[in-house]
Design a protein around this ligand. Structure first.
Ligand code: FAD
Length: 546
């Protein structure tokens, strides 16, 4: 078989390239891209800022970090051997287990030999004459490669709040997404958690178990619903394993690649009794079933969404004893599911504990961090530990942190200042030979299902080039404009696009991210894949090759 080397990837105008391809990031995306490109015969180097593989599951070591996807629907599907070998211990496994899984994958496929750890990429510049990328690390090292693939994550750039005095605090503090490997001791201590998004909710319900006093600072509540996690027995795992082909087939068919299927009925096509029984069933069911498996009009019909929101609000009122606290925990500014739904295990009951207190930052804003704690508009609080669960500069944040320059020295951050524009979330005009996994405007959902698809699409495109001795490709502007229009059409009418959230490009803690943009493709994953398949089958007419 002709390898990419023989077919011409290295016979281009710049012979002294260090690698055929550089992949940035060694999470689920980067690991799989390395595996696939190696099989194509390419010399690949993965550059990873962390000291081991895993990405999200390497960095997010905070107490309670775990899956929202069913574990078995999240793992890689590409290797039968791996599927046979690995047992998940819980329906929604925790970070330590997921990290072990990522390391097993790296060991099994001998990935680590091509991954350079502690290697933070700070810039990437395309050389038009030589048709290669020069990728530079924080320590000043440079590498040259024909292709550059970003696998840098959509939730991998942690953001801190813009409070004064953060460094003044004398006790231990950290962001949930940068939790130290040696851990932080909080048992019996006075702990502050700032932020109640998905990470905050997971951390709060865990920390509350042993903290002496936990004070939660909430800017805005989210619609949290029960995870209903449980262990997987050996027998159950055997059943899951036998059903993997059907499970992955199901994930290929659903809109967001989860095992949950949207109910084809409209909210008002059933009686009130049926509707409530359906929602009770979903509330008692596991995972994102209540979000991704709700009535088909839940995210577009205001009245349907209002009724669903009322249903969940009543659950919160039933579970939280103090009525004032319950009201603080019920979102008033957005409907159910229009922002990411944090999944919880006894989260609301935490606020019935005597050692837990909720402060609404809308009523009592934090003014500054002090040496011994923090000051709000009402009073000074003393803490032993402060935890920032303040989320990420999502989707484009990890791109903005690298100085990426395409043809004519164009800067990607400037190019995307008014919102990202891509071709199928994988390519950008004027940024040749650059491919993105989980880029803006690609299908997301249960991520690994989309990651595997993106990686294989990129692999096929590079293979196509290798077979023909092509050394340069980029999306034509018309194709980018057409995809952008399609993404915007798909976003129309969605209630989630009327809400400030990371899904609409808003992050109050990041300069320049206060205006809503469409950063997410909201069509279905099958529709996305159909378009990408069509491009490949048509010989990539939307791309320009040299
Ligand atoms: C707490 C949490 C829970 C989640 N739970 C789920 C879930 O249940 N289901 C789901 O589908 N998704 C979940 N996600 C989304 C999750 O990010 C993806 O599932 C998945 O991990 C994406 O893999 P990735 O390789 O694309 O990105 P990441 O895992 O984010 O990996 C990106 C890697 O790139 C590296 N990197 C970034 N910039 C640079 C640079 N400049 N130089 C060098 N290296 C760099 C990072 O260090 C990181 O290791 C969750 C995210 C978080 C934060």
């Amino acid at each position: 078989m002709t390898t990419a080397h023989e077919a011409g990837v290295r016979t281009a105008k710049a012979p002294a390239l260090d690698f055929d391809a550089i992949v940035i990031g060694a999470g689920m995306s980067g690991m799989y891209q390395l595996y696939r490109l190696r099989k194509l015969g390419l010399r690949v180097r993965v550059l990873e800022a962390g000291t081991r593989v895993g990405g999200t599951w390497y960095w997010n070591r905070y107490p309670g970090a775990r899956f929202d996807s069913e574990s078995y629907s999240y793992g890689y599907s590409f290797s039968q051997e791996l599927l046979d070998e690995w047992d998940w211990s819980e329906h929604f496994s925790g970070q330590p287990e997921i990290e072990r899984y990522c390391n097993l994958v790296a060991d099994k496929f001998n990935l680590n030999r091509d991954i350079q750890f502690s290697a933070r990429v700070v810039s990437a510049v395309y050389d038009e004459t030589g048709q290669f990328w020069t990728v530079s690390l924080a320590d000043g090292t440079h590498y040259r490669a024909r292709f550059m693939i970003t696998a840098i994550g959509l939730l991998s750039a942690p953001t801190m709040p813009r409070f004064e005095g953060i460094d003044d605090f004398q006790g231990p503090w950290c962001h949930t997404g940068l939790w130290p490997k040696e851990g932080i001791s909080y048992e019996g201590k006075r702990v502050a958690v700032i932020g109640t998004g998905a990470s905050g909710v997971q951390a709060i319900q865990e920390i509350a178990k042993t903290a002496g006093q936990l004070t939660v600072f909430q800017r805005r509540p989210n619609w949290c619903t029960p995870l209903h996690n449980r262990p997987i027995s050996k027998e159950e795992m055997a059943e899951i394993r036998a059903g993997y082909p059907e499970l992955f087939e199901l994930c290929r068919e659903t809109a967001a690649c989860f095992i949950h299927t949207i109910d084809p009925r409209g909210t008002f096509e059933v009686t009130e009794e049926e509707r409530l029984a359906f929602w009770e069933n979903r509330y008692a069911g596991q995972g994102f079933g209540i979000w991704q498996g709700n009535f088909r009009d839940m995210m577009i019909d205001r009245e349907a969404n209002r009724l669903m929101s009322d249903f969940v609000a009543d659950k919160i009122r039933q579970r939280v004893k103090d009525p004032k606290t319950a009201e603080l925990l019920i979102p008033k500014d957005h409907g159910f599911g229009t922002r990411r739904v944090p999944q919880e295990t006894h989260y609301f009951e935490v606020y019935n504990q005597p050692n837990v207190k909720l402060i609404s930052m809308l009523e009592e804003p934090i003014e500054r961090i002090t040496q011994t704690g923090l000051r709000t508009s009402a009073q000074d609080y003393d803490f032993d530990v402060i935890i920032y669960a303040t989320g990420f500069d999502a989707v484009t944040g990890s791109f903005d942190r690298i100085d990426i320059r395409g043809t004519g020295g164009q800067c990607l951050k400037d190019r995307w200042a008014g919102g990202p524009k891509t071709f199928v979330g994988v390519m950008i005009d004027s940024f040749p030979n650059m491919f993105m996994i989980m880029g803006p405007h690609a299908a997301l959902g249960n991520n690994p299902r989309s990651i595997e698809y993106n990686v294989e699409w990129i692999r096929d495109l590079i293979g196509h080039m290798s077979d023909r001795g092509l050394t340069h490709t980029e999306a034509v502007p018309e194709a980018v404009a057409e995809w952008n229009d399609f993404v915007h059409v798909k976003a129309e009418g969605l209630l989630s696009n009327e809400i400030d959230s990371w899904m609409t490009g808003i992050n109050m803690n990041v300069e320049g991210k206060q205006t809503r943009t469409i950063v997410r493709y909201s069509g279905s994953a099958p529709e996305y894949r159909a378009r990408c398949d069509e491009v490949a089958a048509g010989g990539y007419r939307e791309l320009r090759f040299l």
